[in-house]
Every structure is written in structure tokens, then in C-alpha cells.
Design a protein around this ligand. Structure first.
Ligand SMILES: NC(=O)c1ccc[n+]([C@@H]2O[C@H](COP(=O)([O-])OP(=O)(O)OC[C@H]3O[C@@H](n4cnc5c(N)ncnc54)[C@H](OP(=O)(O)O)[C@@H]3O)[C@@H](O)[C@H]2O)c1
Length: 215
């Protein structure tokens, strides 16, 4: 089973770390400050290793990028480009701007014909970014239970093998993966998070996911 290096220490990193462990993977979380994860690590059963961004990047055969969108490039540099080149990187991030939502609509620092994942893919061409998990709350990322069955996870990326690997993980995690094509599809997939968040900001309703219904 592959080793997973998760860059991040927030809710997404923790939820996916617990999920990967539950599904039999070895996991290391990366952070600037390992002390902040000490208490969580005991509740996670000490099965998750914790280290620096660089240690987690080296550890993982598969990488998850789960940091503040504005810090993504800085974290990749801290992790070390050489430790990430050639690896599949599940990109959970959203390019959320440092301003509050307007009537519940999140503001992004990217324009309409841009996405954070494309910026990362252009800057680091040897890394295999696959957008996933960005448009659902962390509570539903692994083994989501909805009476309508498996929800849809829209993914995209330029590397076919990397997407195949992520599709397999998503299926194991209880999702119906839908491949939306190359990196440019990160534009609508990142925007989907804005829509997903609206019921939350307007009505404090965060318990939903998206399902693609086909004729
Ligand atoms: N929360 C959700 O349910 C959810 C759902 C879908 C997608 N997302 C997306 O997933 C990503 C992670 O979200 P999150 O809520 O788990 O955590 P978050 O609060 O957005 O990010 C926390 C992580 O970002 C890192 N970070 C923040 N500022 C930094 C800086 N200046 N330099 C280096 N690292 C920095 C932190 O590093 P340290 O560990 O060193 O503090 C930490 O690991 C975000 O892009 C978010 O938009 C979130």
C-alpha cells in the first residue's frame, strides 16, 4: 500500500489523514509546527506520523496538498520541489481571497479564466496535480453517507495515470469520480466550492454534496 504525505495540519488534512489510515494507508502530515498536532495525534491513535512539510513530501509516494490556497506555492517550496516532482498531488485547495464572502459568495484571488491548480501546474510542470475534495466539507470527504448513494467528485488534471490513481482512491472512499479533463477544468471545479458553501454561509447548512444525474 502506498505511503501518503499530506501537506497541511487543518481540518482537511486531518480528515483525509484519518480516512487514509482507515483505508489501510501509511500517512504523514506535514506542518511548520508539529506541536499543534500533538493532541490530535493521540486521538488519531498515533498511527499518523507528523513532520515538517519536507519530511511529509519525502515520505509520500502520493501527496495531498491541503493548505490555505494563498500559501500553496510557499508550502511547495518548503516541501522541496525535488521531493514532489513526478508524484501525484491531490489538490484540495481553493483560491480564497483574504476578504469576507459577499452575501455568502466567497471571493477568489483568481480571475474567471484562471484557477489555482493551473497556476501550480504551470509553475511546477513535473508534478502531477489532480483536483479533488475541494468542493465538499471535510466531514464528508471519506465514506460519506447520503441516502441518494454515492455523491459525485469532479476531478481534473493533465496526467492520465495520476487521475486513474485518484479515481481508485475516490471510489474506495465512497465517491463516484467524474473526470472533467485537463487542468483548465479546475476553473469550474474550484468555482463549485463557492456554490457548495452558499447554503452554509446563508443558512448554516453544511450537510450536502453534489451528485451528477445522467439520462
Ligand atoms: N475546511 C474544509 O472543509 C475544506 C473543504 C474543501 C476544501 N478546502 C480547502 O482545503 C485547503 C485546506 O483547508 P483547511 O480548512 O484544512 O485549512 P486552512 O486553514 O485553509 O489551511 C491550514 C494549512 O495552511 C497552512 N498555511 C497557512 N498559512 C501559511 C503560510 N503563510 N505559509 C505556509 N503554510 C501556511 C498551515 O500550515 P501550518 O500547518 O504550518 O500551520 C496549515 O497546514 C484550503 O485551501 C481550503 O480552501 C477546505
Amino acid at each position: 500500500m502506498k505511503k501518503v504525505g499530506i501537506l497541511g495540519s487543518g481540518q482537511v488534512a486531518k480528515a483525509l489523514a484519518s480516512g487514509f489510515v482507515r483505508h489501510g494507508y501509511e500517512v504523514m502530515l506535514g506542518t511548520r509546527d508539529v506541536t499543534k498536532l500533538a493532541e490530535w495525534q493521540t486521538t488519531a491513535g498515533n498511527q499518523v506520523r507528523v513532520g515538517s512539510f519536507e519530511e511529509a513530501a519525502k515520505f509520500g509516494d502520493l501527496i495531498v496538498l491541503a493548505v490555505l490556497g494563498r500559501a500553496a506555492q510557499e508550502v511547495i517550496h518548503m516541501a522541496g520541489i525535488a521531493h514532489l516532482d513526478g508524484k501525484t498531488i491531490i489538490d484540495t485547495t481553493n483560491p480564497i481571497a483574504e476578504v469576507p464572502p459577499e452575501d455568502g459568495v466567497l471571493k477568489y484571488f483568481t480571475g474567471p479564466d484562471e484557477s489555482l491548480m493551473e497556476q501550480l501546474q504551470d509553475r511546477y510542470p513535473a508534478m502531477h496535480f489532480v483536483k479533488a475534495f475541494n468542493s465538499v466539507g471535510n466531514a464528508y470527504m471519506v465514506d460519506p453517507q447520503f441516502k441518494e448513494g454515492r455523491p459525485t467528485m469532479f476531478i481534473c488534471g493533465n496526467n492520465a495515470d495520476a487521475k486513474q490513481e485518484v479515481k481508485g482512491i475516490l471510489y474506495k472512499f465512497g465517491w463516484e469520480p467524474e473526470d472533467m479533463g485537463k487542468a483548465a477544468a479546475a476553473r469550474p471545479i474550484e468555482q463549485l466550492c463557492v456554490l457548495w458553501c452558499l447554503p452554509g454561509f446563508l443558512n448554516n447548512q453544511w450537510g450536502h454534496a453534489v451528485k451528477l444525474i445522467k439520462a
